[in-house]
Design a protein. Structure first.
Length: 92
C-alpha cells in the first residue's frame, strides 16, 4: 500500500498506515479541518474529478445513488489519536 502524506507548508507529514486503514484515507482526499491535501509519495494528487473517481474502489454500499463525501468527520478522540499518531481503539 502506498504511503500517504498530509501536504503542509513545512513539507509533507507521513500518515501512519494504521490510521490510513482505520479512517479509510486515500490519495486525493482533503483533511477535514485544515483542508490540506492527502498526497502520495511523489507529491501526486489526482487533479481531475474523473481521475479521482477512477482511483476509488467500488463502493460496498447498497445504494447506487449515494453521495460521495470527500472529507471525513472525526470525533475529538480520533483527532487526538491522529495528531499523536496513536490508536486508542482496542480491537476485541
Amino acid at each position: 500500500m502506498e504511503n500517504l502524506y498530509i501536504e503542509t507548508l513545512d513539507g509533507n507529514a507521513l500518515i501512519p498506515q494504521d490510521l490510513v486503514i482505520k479512517y479509510h484515507l486515500e490519495k486525493g482526499m482533503f483533511s477535514p479541518f485544515t483542508a490540506s491535501k492527502l498526497v502520495g509519495e511523489n507529491n501526486d494528487f489526482p487533479l481531475r474529478a474523473e481521475e479521482y473517481k477512477n482511483s476509488r474502489k467500488e463502493s460496498t454500499m447498497l445504494s447506487e445513488h449515494e453521495e460521495e463525501t470527500e472529507n471525513v468527520m472525526l470525533s475529538t478522540s480520533e483527532i487526538i489519536d491522529f495528531a499523536q499518531g496513536l490508536d486508542s481503539h482496542v480491537d476485541e
